[in-house]
Design a protein around this ligand. Structure first.
Ligand SMILES: Nc1ncnc2c1ncn2[C@@H]1O[C@H](COP(=O)(O)OP(=O)(O)O)[C@@H](O)[C@H]1O
Ligand SMILES: [Mg+2]
Length: 295
């Protein structure tokens, strides 16, 4: 991979080699519709970054591009401190092997297996359930599983079936399954969707506890949750970055308010009742159910 010395990254940081993720000039269209447009995105090693944006802004597509599920039309996605891997040139499983883990919105755990076995299965990686069921875990495996159980606070549920967990606990277990593989970069799509307030808060604590040990991208709709995490926020709008900064700065930015609340405010002024979707799926002021909450 070539190192482009005149790239914008060099001007963004004293030490560009410290970026874990360097995305430049990224473009992706589906059927002529530009979903990701001239996107530049830089993430520090060990950073916990929150990406917000209205429905259809391109957030999930960005994760698809990073994980190799979708290939871009143009641009680079460089991974690693020395920007040594251009992910756009690699296949999904190769990217995963480099240490990029993704958590989808809906939890996918093995319901018929215990919490412990779910973690053991994910530790075994792609070798599969059949292999893993006859695999005797080493002391190292046990220690790792124990460590993850502690992190996701499911120690006391370890011998229970994953299917018996609450929605929130399943989400944590799935995060734990990714952690078992010790990812360098963890991508989490709307982890708080469908959670109770208490679970949401616990999820925030969990993600904060991972900061520094892993680099983490969290996509989120729930502003209460974004405020709790209170790390650098990137606002994505029509496939480009609209604003980047601290939660307070972002929330009070007129451009951001317009994108999220423009039509809502206009209607409020007219004293009209407005359906929730008029806010384009986000409320910057209070906690609301996510519009993409799984059924
Ligand atoms: N595989 C695909 N084929 C066609 N259009 C897609 C595909 N994936 C996403 N899109 C479109 O791209 C836009 C952005 O979608 P998405 O990335 O899911 O947004 P977000 O996650 O921010 O809500 C939407 O208009 C969506 O319909
Ligand atoms: Mg999405």
């Amino acid at each position: 991979m070539e190192l482009k010395l005149d790239s914008p990254a060099e001007t963004k940081s004293e030490n560009p080699l410290e970026f874990i993720l360097t995305i430049e000039d990224l473009n992706k269209a589906f059927d002529g519709f530009q979903v990701i447009r001239d996107l530049n995105f830089y993430m520090d090693l060990g950073e916990l970054r929150v990406i917000i944006g209205p429905n259809g802004a391109g957030k999930s597509t960005l994760l698809d591009l990073i994980t190799g599920r979708t290939k871009p039309d143009k641009g680079t996605i460089e991974f690693g401190r020395g920007r040594e891997h251009d992910l756009t040139k690699l296949r999904e499983y190769e990217i995963n092997r480099l240490g990029v883990g993704r958590k989808f919105q809906t939890p996918t755990v093995y319901s018929g297996h215990t919490v412990y076995d779910n973690l053991l299965l994910s530790l075994q990686g792609p070798r599969g359930v059949f292999y893993s069921l006859f695999y005797k875990e080493s002391q190292e495996d046990k220690d790792r599983i124990h460590e993850v159980l502690e992190t996701i606070r499911l120690e006391d549920r370890k011998y229970e079936l994953a299917g018996s967990l609450s929605h929130g606990q399943k989400q944590w277990l799935e995060i734990g399954m990714l952690l078992a593989q010790n990812p360098k970069l963890l991508l989490v799509d709307e982890p708080a969707a469908g959670m109770t307030d208490e679970e949401t808060e616990r999820t925030g604590e969990l993600l904060l506890s991972l900061e520094g040990k892993h680099s983490i991208v969290v996509i989120e709709h729930d502003m209460e949750f974004v405020r709790q995490i209170a790390r650098k926020v990137t606002v994505l709008h029509q496939g480009s970055i609209l604003r980047e900064g601290k939660v307070d700065e972002v929330q009070s930015d007129p451009k951001v308010i317009e994108v999220y609340l423009g039509r809502k405010h206009a209607r409020d002024a007219e004293g009209e009742e407005k359906p929730a979707e008029e806010t384009q799926g986000i409320d910057l002021t209070k906690k609301e159910a996510s519009p993409t909450k799984p059924a």
